[in-house]
Ligand binder design. Structure first.
Ligand SMILES: C=C(O[C@@H]1C=C(C(=O)O)C=C[C@H]1O)C(=O)O
Length: 379
């Protein structure tokens, strides 16, 4: 079997190219592709557009980035030439690359005080029974002196996140979306459907004894188990009409990322309705309470009102679908949006009635480290 070095694949990777790596395979589109920006006000219209493009260009695989909400257009990539590598064909020969950055300006939006105020407001709304959970986010903004070294950052993300879903995609002529998400929203492979919600988090300490303690603490924390259960219950309720033989453990498991420890539940089932494709399933679930809230409508409205920025692609979806309707969609977290020399990092945390503003702020700082580490920066 011919093997390929990952370092060779990444050579000359440009900000407009597309890479999507799952734990099993890597999709790559270097050079020419067709890129479409499509309104996302109405998910079913977006779906129609995607199918139309698939038929028009007779393409095997389409890659797309779907925004958090209708304020941002989605991006569909129709590759002219797509390379697909199975994991077993890849030689993981990457090394951390160092690329010192000159930062002209940096800013946290919202700042600590504003964020704490947002959390307190959310808790008031929860106590007044407007919703049970809401996910609030913050951003870290950098203005660089030079063009961002995207291929170095991508190399570092790939090096450090062996288990995750790594992506870099030109979402517009001058925009790039890059990140390493640990969260699979949905995978469809024939009739088999897998979803893997995460919710409930601790910052990894990299000390075995302390991390083992944190694992235990997470697995026994009523607050985190409740946050997690809200997501699992929502997923099961949404999928129930379309899946049979739904299987999952009643108690969540532990999942490690490069920086975090999460509660995780793998849910598997068999599609009973063979007209549903991977995008239908993703749109059925998005936005989940792992990144929005519960109930969806009220928490979404709260987020749109209170967060002092537009999430754009953050907490949206990135993934692919093939001409059989199979594909994988992951939640766009642990990511950055790059526009020329401006880089915006995003992260969020689930708020429930007994959340503590300072802990949520720190949890977000920990989540931001995935991108900061790749950029060799500190908050
Ligand atoms: C919202 C984010 O992460 C989500 C929120 C989590 C939580 O609140 O515990 C855990 C994983 C993700 O579902 C993020 O990383 O930005």
């Amino acid at each position: 079997m011919m093997k390929t070095k990952l370092s060779e694949i990444l050579q000359n990777f440009q900000k407009q190219d597309t890479l999507f790596k799952t734990p099993e395979q890597l999709l790559l589109c270097k050079g020419s592709c067709k890129r479409f920006r499509i309104e996302y006000n109405d998910p079913s219209k977006f779906k129609d557009e995607m199918i139309k493009l698939q038929q028009q260009y007779k393409t095997q695989i389409m890659i797309a980035a779907i925004p958090f909400d209708g304020r941002t257009k989605a991006t569909i990539i129709v590759p002219e030439k797509l390379e697909r590598y199975d994991k077993c064909r890849l030689i993981m020969d990457l090394q951390v690359t160092t690329h010192p950055l000159m930062i002209e300006q940096s800013q946290t939006i919202p700042d600590k005080e504003q964020f704490s105020e947002m959390v307190r407001k959310a808790i008031n709304f929860i106590n007044d029974q407007h919703f049970n959970k809401v996910v609030l986010a913050r951003t870290l903004n950098f203005h660089l002196k030079d063009n961002p070294p995207i291929s170095s950052w991508l190399t570092n993300l790939l090096y450090k996140n062996n288990q995750g879903y790594i992506f870099s995609m030109g979402t517009d002529d001058c925009q790039t979306l890059i990140g390493a998400s640990p969260e699979l929203l949905v995978k469809k492979d024939g009739a088999m459907v897998t979803i893997n919600p995460l919710a409930g988090s601790r910052k990894q300490t990299f000390n075995k004894i302390k991390d083992a303690y944190l694992e235990k603490e997470l697995l026994n924390s009523d607050k985190d188990l409740y946050e997690h259960k809200i997501v699992v219950d929502y997923m099961c309720e949404k999928l129930h009409p379309y899946l049979s033989d739904i299987e999952f453990n009643q108690r969540p498991e532990i999942l490690y990322t490069d920086t975090m420890i999460h509660l995780s539940t793998v849910i598997k089932g068999k599609l009973t309705n063979n007209t549903m494709d991977a995008l239908d399933l993703a749109q059925l679930l998005h936005p989940t309470p792992a990144i929005c809230g519960e109930p969806q409508k009220q928490s979404l409205h709260f987020i749109q009102e209170i967060e002092p920025f537009n999430r754009g692609f953050y907490t949206g979806l990135v993934g692919y679908m093939d001409s059989n309707g199979d594909g994988e969609w992951v939640i766009t977290i642990r990511c950055a949006a790059i526009e020329d020399k401006k880089v915006t990092l995003f992260a969020g945390a689930g708020i429930v009635n007994n959340s503590v503003p300072n802990s949520e702020y720190n949890e977000i700082s920990a989540k931001l480290t995935t991108m900061l580490d790749a950029m060799e920066l500190k908050e």
